[in-house]
Design a protein around this ligand. Structure first.
Ligand code: SF4
Length: 370
């Protein structure tokens, strides 16, 4: 059996090399070839001894995920669909901006959380990605973009774990992948430039704060439990109060001194000014330092939800800003290639009967404000 070396963080690769009778510094050289130079051909790794290269050829490989499709938006956003086998495909999106290049990475084929406004959630859950499948998205994107832009400089400066899936429900694979992103021999990204986005898996937020504290974004989307129970079903397990307490604990270890709260603006559901007032009270009571990122909803038919009017989004934003809360409205990028937030659908063999769960959720009548 050949082992895909993208599955390993540096410690894992060192352990693998040790089994081959090789010292750690050889693993470091190999790791740099793979992640810093994008090499997959062992023969090209010129400073490795021929004997080691021959050993590696017999038992290892560096293998990207097959690319099903690539779409480039008129604004420069690039979306890839990767085949992860058994009829499943996941997406990654590169978003270029003047001062940074951000890659949005998937952590699962589908998602079991089932947020109402999320097209991934509507597809149900198939399986967790492995560390190698998470890293393959970054490895492929970084090195194919370098070729495209004809540069040897780093193209991706930021990674957000905001693609398909709830990363904290795939913790064991996530953490080694984060370590490779942060490793100076890997991608060398600062902790502030790697963001894990969670719908609020409280125990795993606490573990992440200990194991690998990176920037944290929390999908809040509602200012009270009845509404959030409906929009983000995980709230029934970890309600808002518990979630905010976990945010406070996380901040003691976080590389940034604030949590980003993501808030998808849904017409007539969570976008009223009373909701903004409730958010202000919530944040004040909790004492959690935070920023709000308001996300214009990208409607898809199965959701039964609509995008808030632009003037409503601006009015909502102003209420939060006037209360001293830094608030941004996310620019929609890659609209013409369905790469905007919440539009990543991939292709998932649902093993969770998501359609039935969604149908049940839709029968719950949402009160405008509670
Ligand atoms: S928003 Fe995130 S956690 Fe919710 S269903 Fe979509 S992928 Fe899963």
């Amino acid at each position: 059996m050949t082992t895909n070396l993208l599955e390993f963080d540096l410690d894992g690769l060192a352990a693998f090399c040790e089994q081959l009778g090789e010292k750690r510094f050889r693993a470091t050289q190999l790791f740099r070839w793979i992640h810093q130079r994008g090499a997959s051909d062992f023969d090209a790794m010129s400073d490795l001894a021929k004997a080691l290269r021959d050993k590696l050829k017999g038992c290892a490989k560096v293998e990207a995920l097959p690319v099903v499709s690539e779409h480039v938006s008129s604004d420069g956003t690039v979306k890839w669909l990767f085949d992860v086998g058994d009829g499943n495909a996941v997406e990654a999106v590169f978003i270029p901006e003047d001062d940074r290049g951000t890659l949005c990475v998937s952590s699962q084929a589908g998602c079991a959380v089932g947020c109402r406004f999320c097209s991934t959630g509507h597809q149900g859950f198939s399986r967790n990605l492995t560390t190698g499948e998470i890293l393959a998205q970054l490895w492929f994107a970084e090195h194919s973009l370098r070729k495209r832009f004809n540069t040897e400089d780093r193209v991706i400066s930021n990674v957000v774990m905001m693609g398909m899936g709830e990363p904290l429900q795939n913790y064991a694979a996530l953490v080694p992948a984060l370590r490779v992103m942060l490793d100076d021999h890997g991608y060398g990204l600062s902790r502030r430039r790697v963001t894990v986005s969670t719908s609020g898996v409280v125990p795993m937020m606490d573990r992440l704060s200990q194991d690998c504290p990176v920037a944290l974004a929390v999908s809040l989307h509602a200012p009270n439990d009845p509404l959030r129970d409906n929009l983000v079903p995980l709230n029934r397990k970890y309600p808002i109060q518990e979630l905010l307490e976990a945010c406070g604990r996380y901040l003691a270890h976080a590389p940034r001194d604030f949590i980003t709260f993501e808030y998808c603006m849904l017409d007539g559901v969570n976008d009223q000014l009373e909701h903004a007032q409730q958010l202000i009270e919530l944040v004040r009571r909790s004492g959690v330092r935070c920023k709000f990122n308001l996300i214009p909803f990208n409607p898809f038919p199965a959701s039964g939800l609509l995008r808030s009017a632009q003037n409503q989004v601006l009015a909502f934003s102003k209420v939060l800003s006037d209360a001293g809360i830094v608030t941004t409205v996310r620019k929609t990028r890659g609209d013409d290639i369905d790469a905007a937030c919440g539009q990543l659908a991939g292709d998932v063999k649902d093993r969770t009967r998501a359609a039935e769960r969604m149908a049940k959720q839709r029968t719950i009548v949402l009160k405008p404000v509670t």
